[in-house]
Design a protein around this ligand. Sequence first.
Ligand code: CP
Length: 296
Amino acid sequence: MKDLFSIEQLSINEINEILQIASEFNLNYVSDEFSQKRLVLAFFENSTRTKLSFEIAAKNLGLQVIDFMSELSSIRKGESLVETLRTLESMGVDIAVVRNSEEGTAKMLANQLSMSILNAGDGINEHPSQALLDALTLKEIYGELEDFNITICGDILHSRVARSNIELLSKFDVNISLCAPKELLGNSFNSYNHYDNIDEAVQNSDVVMCLRIQKERMEQTEVPNFSDYYEKYGFKKTHFEMNKDILLMHPGPVNYNVDIEDGLQNHDRCLINNQVKNGVLTRMAILKKILNGIGK
Ligand code: CP
């Protein structure tokens, strides 16, 4: 495997292999195994979790990490992204982790460049490493990715996290439902069961994965009334009472008192901190698989 731009690329065996490698790592793992390799973080949209966990993952494996400062680069003089990364490739960079706002960018770059391209989010299209870390989090609970009901709740229309998670979990025997207002549901997932409010979702699920309202990707007129949205779709403390086994996930960053009630982040059935930790381990596993694939 040279690149990771979409979950669609991965077979069930490859997903299981990445999750197995990730489960054998820990946060204190230190190695200089890949000290001859260079990785650039090329982020053109904001990020905390993805960018920094890729950085920590790469450093744990001994890679040299370069933070590409797009606002100080020649991109500001009109140089294209592909030309920019080709320039870095000529300097000996082996892997680029790329986040930007245009769907399909990672695949386009992967097709044009010899360096490995890892998609850290391309617009509303895909966020494959997020889906893999979510799968690891679910596997830690259920042992296998089978025989549980998960509902993905919130701004599905604008969510690359939802798209990659649905793509991944539908390869396994997991029952996926969606919960969103019609205007944030879109038409891509009409074949999935739909709940029209979070109470129904909680009563019929083992896991609810809430999503952030992506205000930055909406026209002003599309932004819902947050208080109405929270009332109908926000996960609240009462939901942990309504279903005594329900587990809560969220990829972050969270809009508290919109997606999730403030204060729930440290509840013992909230998996957000597990997801963040697994972000580092999963990205270490992805890097190891890519680096073994392209040779040390
Ligand atoms: N989940 C996620 O992609 O978070 P960041 O935007 O902080 O990277």
